[in-house]
Design a protein around this ligand. Structure first.
Ligand code: SF4
Length: 267
């Protein structure tokens, strides 16, 4: 179902400029943005993936990973398709870059699904927008998070943090916790390995801090972002925001079916 997006401007010749993430894609009629899920139809920018779930499951909250937010509880987790980064080591490339089948779950349905888990006696605290990048179905997350909040559920984002300030500020009042990937601490890594930039991600961490509970994840990619110097710089920067913010280091699972290959001898 097409759903008009919230943050974009119209330009000459029915071109549109998407404002959700730092890519600021300029999209001509009939084309989609870098993330493959926002399409210009006759000068209106639509989300093509509104309510289209690529996967959903009741997960332990520690799987997000969140270790200091309702520990021992479960959370109804759901994701869509598309991504605004292109990480060569992507662990979820089938849904980030592929075209998997989806199940339609509108905001009311997914809130009911989470509430039903509670009725059944599961310690389900709310909804996690995860598996794929939640800002890729921003409008759906926004609508669902408001309903979930009204129903007494919490909302969790598991995100790459590559988002613009205005959409982030609009959504934060409905978000209770975030796990934000800081994939490396150099612009060079973001540029060459993810087709992105570091600065917007750090800004997201700083903005989210103070609005909701945050934890950070750094996926160590052998030989590319795991030097002690780089890790020390990340740790020092995060301690400058707040030394109490949990920082998770996760290990890469080598994936050979997409573009990334670990350097020889580094598996
Ligand atoms: S959300 Fe998608 S279309 Fe919008 S700026 Fe980012 S990559 Fe481009």
């Amino acid at each position: 179902m097409l759903h008009e997006v919230m943050f974009y401007t119209k330009g000459p010749g029915d071109q549109v400029n998407c404002k959700v993430c730092p890519r600021l894609c300029n999209i001509v009629p009939g084309k989609r943005g870098f993330c493959r899920v926002r399409e210009n139809e006759s000068g209106i920018l639509y989300a093509t993936n509104y309510a289209e779930c690529s996967s959903y499951a009741l997960d332990p909250i520690e799987k997000k990973p969140l270790y200091h937010f309702y520990p021992g509880h479960l959370i109804m987790s759901l994701g869509t398709v598309g991504c605004n980064l292109r990480c060569g080591f992507c662990q979820n490339w089938q849904i980030a870059q592929g075209t998997p089948s989806t199940t339609r779950l509108n905001p009311e349905q997914v809130v009911k699904l989470a509430l039903k888990q509670k009725e059944r006696g599961y310690p389900c605290v709310g909804l996690a927008y995860t598996y794929s990048e939640p800002f890729m179905w921003y409008e759906y997350v926004y609508d669902t998070a408001k309903l979930a909040r009204d129903a007494g559920l919490v909302n969790v984002l598991v995100t790459n943090g590559y988002v613009n300030e205005m959409p982030l500020r609009e959504l934060l009042p409905y978000i209770d916790a975030m796990n934000i990937d800081v994939k490396a601490f150099t612009d060079d890594f973001y540029n060459s390995t993810c087709a992105g930039r570091l600065e917007p991600v750090l800004r997201t961490v700083e903005l989210a801090y103070g609005h909701c509970h945050i934890e950070i994840t750094n996926l160590l990619v052998t030989g590319l972002n795991d030097s002690p110097e780089e890790i020390n710089r990340l740790v020092d920067w995060l301690a400058g925001v707040d030394p109490e913010i949990p920082l998770h280091f996760s290990v890469i699972f080598p994936i050979t079916s997409w573009s990334y290959r670990l350097p020889p001898g580094r598996h």
